[in-house]
Design a protein around this ligand. Sequence first.
Ligand SMILES: [Fe+2]
Length: 605
Amino acid sequence: MTQPAAHTRRTVLKGAALGAAAVAGSSTFRIFDAVAAAAPASNGIFGYGVASGDPTSDAIVIWTRATPPPQHHNDPIATPGSGIGKPLHVDWELAHDRSFRSIVQHGSVVTSPRSDHTVKVDVTGLRPYTRYYYRFRAHGQTSPIGRTQTAPDEAHQIHALRFALVSCSNYTGGYFGAYRALGDRDDLDFVLHVGDYIYEYGNGADRYGPAALIGKRDAEPVTETIDLRGYRLRHALHKADPDLAYAHRQHPWITIFDDHEVANNAWSTGAENHTPGTEGSFDTRRREAYEAYLEWMPFRLPEQRIVPHRGIRFFKRFTFGPLGDLSVLETRQNRSEQIDVSGFTTTGGGFIPTGIPAVDAALADPARHLPEPEQLDWLKDNVSDRHQKWHLIGNQVVMTPVRWPGAALGVPGNLTLLNSDQWDGYQADQSELIAHFAAQPSDHGDVVVLTGDIHSSWATDLPADRTASGYRPSGVEFVCPSVTSDGFYELVRASLPAGTPTAAVLAATAGVMGAVTAANPWVRYLDGIGHGYTLVDVTPARVQADYYLTPTPTDAQPDPRIDPAVTPTYARSFQTVAGTRKISAATGPVGPRSDSPASSERDPR
Ligand SMILES: [Fe+2]
């Protein structure tokens, strides 16, 4: 996410971090300690927990990290990123029940420093829409038990489909209460994380997040992640977080990266937050970031020969019987460089003024792409598939056109801005896709785009044929809040004098939100204050999004993210009714599921 140049996030953060450093002294720059937050030593072989992911009707990926026990007292520990340690035999089991009396499959694998001692098994030949339990064993130690399930994907059969949408989980930005809330839920088919699972920033001047967490929730490594060791450590830091580990243990996840898993505002050959002179080749950095991502996430690389593509084929499709499909996009690896207006905005994308002919021409240039043309064609084919009622799209940056009134953002002059890192910066792809949605016959189903990145909650119509007097709804977009990353409330607060009462900050934030919705009539809901997650519930009749948000800040607690006990609670709901292709009101949160996956036991809470 980029912010207007008038108060860019980096500037805001630098101010906050430097101010905090003065208070916290040297803790900002403490010496790296290999057995600090990410320490496996006290947690044994399986200190990074377990995870599962990419559920299909007959397969699930199960994951762990197995730290080899030291053979002698003084042996160094094979911590993440260390590149040391002996190969280790790890046994795995998948069962119908939590006590593992009814084992479905089991096996043994060897892990080594080559994969940073991560273990990933693609367990196949499973039953659709069935709950399973899994665990790992090595050297007499047993991992925590993971719960998972295959996809509700059976021909001619419609099952309930419910999942959580999350993004932007900056570790130094707050406690992961949203992840704990997901772990507590018993009604999810999976968790969909659409990017910014990690951030690359360190603990120095580039630190990102509330100063109150300095010394309590610091980045590992302490400096920006730029190489394999750094990205591995950063992933390990997240997997060691108890709330995130809990959410992984309780549900399979479907994940895809956005920019921060590599560097801010990345494009195909560079990034805003990459300096070739001092940080080496972007290509190498990105390859190593992807390597760590694939090691540390329960992510299945799809068959590379299915469709032509450029680079690694990360984008993938899931199906849920006749109810729907989910196309998970990847929009960083091959995207064209963001349009930049030097002197006005941050380099490598940002909020830029429209109405300047050269800028507008560049934004609309059909040679510039967000997903590469092969991926765009693949997505259009998926949306045209008449066998599913709903075409869900997991997506990184906001697809809906958004014009930002410059005055509301504190930008001088009467400028209209747009965010050139979003689909708005790639308008040929944006309008081609929205026109394609609009052109689909009604019996081909409806489109629901599911997005993160912008650290705020949105429900919008996707407007085709926009004119001054109106637009044609062609589908909807639900955007989830960030788990922790700074939203509009935090940006507004940072732009106001220190000590501004919380009520005044909230009022100013509401002013910005109101100006944005007024300028974009298709934006039906926008909350820039809460953090949390969005619950997505799909039935043949409608898709509903329930927004779960942290409590509204008060003078006593201006930042709920710094309280480890805070969890998001139910705030608002919106839906799209089949055939309408637009947002409508929903009366309240979704009720119980209409059916549940096959399971040989009920789960104890
Ligand atoms: Fe983000």
